[in-house]
Design a binder for this molecule. Structure first.
Ligand SMILES: *Cc1c(COP(=O)(O)O)cnc(C)c1O
Length: 427
């Protein structure tokens, strides 16, 4: 970042004054630091802050349940029967999809399994899965169990991508080369859109192209991408994707999850899947007839009637993203915010033997998060940050993740964190 940043509170305050998104911070509850000041909350990659509108959104559903009971399915402003559909357009917008291609339901790992059951269809010769080495544990367990479900051995069927010696992130050309090498044996690619550990953004278009060229299906776990970077899932031709709503989408602990299935599968009722009544043709849903007939598009993967309370929070949280101007506006601020944090870290002038930023330097290859590899005393630094009111995230064995989030973090937040890090670096 060549922008002439300065480390002072005055400079940070000036950036805040010029920030077109500065008023959105007040739409969130900011936790307090030990000294009673607002904390510097850099943990939105783990759990986004609570939108002030969330409580009222839930209260509204409590009221409907209280007043209408079962009739709430059909009466009121947003009858529960169709409630999930009120999230479709804004969700499609968020991930660069057509409305037919998305649905909000369940939780992330559940959805990953549902999608893999449809899109990981191994044969005796084409059964390999390509994923990131050190993927998020839930994804590792999901793939391990899927592979076993089909009678294969994980150590044979799962191929893991690892960085070159001395490097921390994957090169697109190396991912493409591995895909070409696996060729006819490769059934499915499943990667994070943004790696949860390093914060690296993968070139989803290039990876999808390479996967399709060898006849594999290609899916992404967008847990760290949704609400963090711009996505164009339809145009990138991605086959399937899913994400959670409680990280960058601020929709509460254990919140609901989003699913993308590309339009070209929208009218393929023969595609194998697990079925439930909510995915059935709504015209016949209550006729309780034999024979599952899936709805077109991603909606045809629904199983159960919608979880109204998590959806109500999610809807309120997504409305804030839309009001802020969507991902392009968030990204503009995000690049500057994270660029400022990177500037403050580089200014510490620490040798790589003490602290390394393992997240790519190129803003196009990262989201808001910077991951710091702290070779010695990482845990102590993490605790030093916490005591000073900087809420970061610790990943074993020695990584601290800092995620300044454009919706609610300020440049002053970044400056404060920088000052705490500078004090630590001096001792
Ligand atoms: C956060 C996260 C999960 C969590 O899965 P849940 O089913 O929501 O508990 C899974 N995978 C990745 C990559 C994540 O970042």
């Amino acid at each position: 970042m060549t922008f002439p940043f300065e480390p002072t509170p005055e400079f940070a305050a000036r950036l805040d004054e010029q920030d077109p998104l500065r008023f959105f911070r007040s739409q969130f509850h900011i936790p307090l630091a030990p000294d009673g000041q607002e904390a510097v909350y850099f943990c939105g990659n783990s759990l986004g802050l609570q939108p002030r509108a969330a409580r009222a959104a839930v209260e509204q559903q409590f009221a409907s349940w209280e007043e209408r009971a079962v009739e709430g399915h059909f009466l009121g402003d947003d009858p529960w029967m169709h409630y999930h559909q009120t999230l479709t357009d804004v969700t499609a917008q968020l991930v660069g999809a057509r409305p037919l291609e998305v649905v909000v339901m369940n939780n992330l790992t559940v959805n990953l399994h549902l999608l893999l059951l449809s899109f990981y269809r191994p044969t005796p010769t084409r059964y390999k899965v390509l994923m990131e080495g050190g993927a998020f544990p839930s994804d590792q367990y999901a793939l391990e169990s899927q592979v076993k479900l089909h009678g294969f051995r994980p150590d044979d069927a799962i191929v893991e991508l690892v960085p070159r010696p001395g490097e921390h992130t994957l090169r697109t050309e190396d991912i493409e080369a591995t895909i070409r090498e696996l060729g006819d044996s490769l059934a499915t690619i499943i990667l994070g859109g943004v790696n949860y550990y390093t914060g690296q953004v993968f070139d989803m278009a290039a990876i999808t192209r390479a996967g399709h060229a060898v006849g594999a299906t290609v899916g992404f776990d967008l847990a760290h991408a949704a609400g963090n970077i711009e996505l164009h899932l339809h145009d990138w031709d991605v086959d399937f994707a899913c994400w959670c709503s409680y990280k960058y989408l601020n929709s509460g602990p254990g919140g609901t999850s989003g699913v993308f299935v590309h339009e070209r599968f929208a009218h393929s009722p023969e595609l194998p899947r697990l079925a439930g009544w909510w995915g059935h043709d709504p015209a016949e849903r209550f006729q309780m007839k034999k024979g599952f007939r899936p709805m077109p598009g991603a909606a045809g993967w629904q199983l159960s009637n919608a979880q109204i309370f998590p959806l109500a929070i999610h809807r309120a949280a997504l409305a804030i993203v839309a009001e802020a101007g969507g991902m392009p506006a968030l990204r503009r601020k995000s690049e500057l915010l994270t660029g400022y944090l990177e500037f403050l870290l580089r200014r510490l002038n620490l040798p790589a033997s003490r602290l390394e930023i393992i997240t790519p330097t190129d803003p196009a290859q990262r989201g808001c998060q910077l991951s710091l590899l702290v070779h010695e005393g990482g845990r102590a630094l993490f605790e030093h940050l916490a005591a000073a009111g900087v809420i970061a995230d610790w990943r074993e064995p020695n990584v601290i993740r800092l995620a300044p989030v454009p919706l609610y973090n300020s440049f002053r937040d970044v400056q404060r964190a920088g000052a705490v890090l500078a004090a630590w670096a001096e001792v």
